[in-house]
Design a binder for this molecule. Structure first.
Ligand code: ADP
Ligand code: NI
Length: 218
């Protein structure tokens, strides 16, 4: 990255830090920082533009409808900050494409072809939903939204629409693993992310097996 880009990234990080302050649904600044670190690691073998990868990683959840009541307004605020820090219109457009289209929820509506930098960040975001971190975040999220932990009579949904995904009435935390988390692992783009995902997926399978055994308590 150039000196100017490093400075621009610093400004973005400070903004994201402020925006995520007090965020308690598993999308705090710690998540953004891990996604940035994982994205940088994946990008060693992908070679997308480093500034676009890191800027998109830090910004990826700030415009999420769960974080802001006004995603378009929040983007305008971000665009203003980027422009004021002399980030080119072309780079702004790529960051916008990345952060508005990368979520799993989005893939239930359509399958957008993300720019390379966005593919790297999406893999990093999905990796942070897997493994011990993914298990922790799923229970944290489920608790916040009053989900049942587990009910053997509620079968996992195989073909979910976007609306069904956001409707938590029929959701259990344990079903979330097969409805989303194991699917994420099979939808990763880059070989580097697939390699990082393998032990996380194995750990989750082990967790689910152990959980169901202890649930029966026999
Ligand atoms: P996306 O926007 O990519 O669809 P989310 O922001 O909804 O993803 O999910 C972020 C985190 O919250 C992930 O770790 C995910 O597993 C967890 N999460 C999302 N929905 C649920 C749910 N219904 N139950 C438990 N955890 C969930
Ligand atoms: Ni995220």
């Amino acid at each position: 990255m150039t000196i100017i880009e490093t400075q621009q990234l610093k400004t973005i990080i400070t903004y994201c830090h402020q925006k995520m302050d007090g965020e308690h649904s598993g999308h705090g600044f710690d998540h953004l920082a891990r996604v940035a670190k994982l994205a940088a690691k994946i990008n060693h073998s992908v070679h997308a533009d480093e500034f676009l990868v890191l800027a998109s990683a830090y910004l990826h959840d700030v415009v999420d409808e769960k974080i802001t009541a006004n995603p378009e307004g929040t983007w305008l605020e971000i665009a203003q900050i980027l422009a004021a820090n002399k980030v080119s219109a072309q780079k702004q457009a790529e960051i916008h494409a990345n952060i508005t289209q990368m979520s799993f929820a989005h893939t239930l509506k359509e399958r957008p072809q993300l720019p390379l930098s966005g593919q790297v960040v999406r893999d990093a975001d999905w990796l942070d939903a897997l493994g011990a971190m993914g298990i922790g975040r799923a229970f944290y999220y489920g608790g916040k939204y009053g989900e049942t932990i587990y009910d053997p009579d509620v079968k996992p949904r195989t073909h979910m629409s976007y609306e069904e995904y956001r409707n938590l009435n029929n959701e259990t935390v344990i079903n979330h693993f097969s409805e989303k988390l194991f699917r994420l692992a099979s939808m990763l783009n880059t070989p580097a992310a697939k390699e990082l995902a393998a032990p996380r997926v194995a750990f989750m399978h082990q967790f689910i097996d152990e959980f169901k055994q202890e649930w029966r308590a026999d």
